[in-house]
Ligand binder design. Structure first.
Ligand code: GAR
Length: 202
């Protein structure tokens, strides 16, 4: 299955996917990495791994529609069958999602539906939750509202700050994102409306 990744920044989730792919434990072909940020470390990581990397800078387009259209065309040229958002910090429009003829998945650093949007870890700390975590979900036309594939919890400690909590969550992100992708590629994920069922043993 040909997969592409969109990432806006550091790209540690991308790196964990690259590591698993190169180690033979991620059964996809990573055919492209796109970014809306020319300085994204994700682009450097892709280039180092020999994956075609391309920046789509928002300022080079007159509007969101033409920006997204260019990305969609590029994904089509690549023959993408799965689109993986890994820290892509721009919300894809409903029109993008409707036009994408392949599943789009995302990872978010909270236990959705709690704390969607930006600064999820800060939101969680300010709310005072005792358990936090991350979510892999299909992307639908809303923001962080799509059907949930996998979630993983982490504890929140009294002495946590945004950095310590983010680091603890990130560690489990790097475990559940490759796992979710494996399950999808192996046909173990069935999506019916909002409900996603995982068939691990069939
Ligand atoms: C990750 O924590 C990811 O869950 C989050 O951005 C970070 C990207 O880190 N994504 C979102 O908040 C999306 N709403 P990375 O660039 O090191 O993978």
């Amino acid at each position: 299955m040909k997969a592409a990744v969109l990432a806006s920044g550091r790209g540690s989730n991308l790196q964990s996917l690259i590591d698993e792919w190169q180690g033979g434990s991620l059964p996809v072909e990573l055919v492209g990495v796109g970014s809306d940020n020319i300085n994204a470390q994700a682009l450097v990581r892709a280039a180092k791994a020999g994956i075609p990397a391309r920046a789509f800078l928002r300022e080079n387009y007159s509007d969101k529609e033409s920006h997204e259209l260019d990305i969609l065309n590029w994904l089509e040229e690549l023959g993408v069958e799965l689109l993986i958002l890994a820290g892509y910090m721009r919300v894809l429009s409903p029109s993008f999602i409707r036009q994408a003829e392949y599943p789009v998945v995302n990872i978010h650093p909270s236990l959705l539906p709690a704390f969607p949007g930006l600064h999820a870890q800060k939101q969680a700390l300010e709310y005072g939750v005792k358990v936090a975590g991350c979510t892999v979900h299909f992307v639908d036309e809303g923001m962080d509202t799509g059907p949930i594939i996998l979630q993983q919890t982490v504890p929140v400690f009294d002495e946590d700050n945004v950095d310590t909590l983010s680091e603890r969550i990130l560690k489990v992100e790097h475990e559940i994102y490759p796992e979710a992708i494996r399950l999808i590629v192996f046909g173990k994920v069935k999506r019916e409306g909002r409900k996603v069922t995982i068939y691990r043993h069939s």
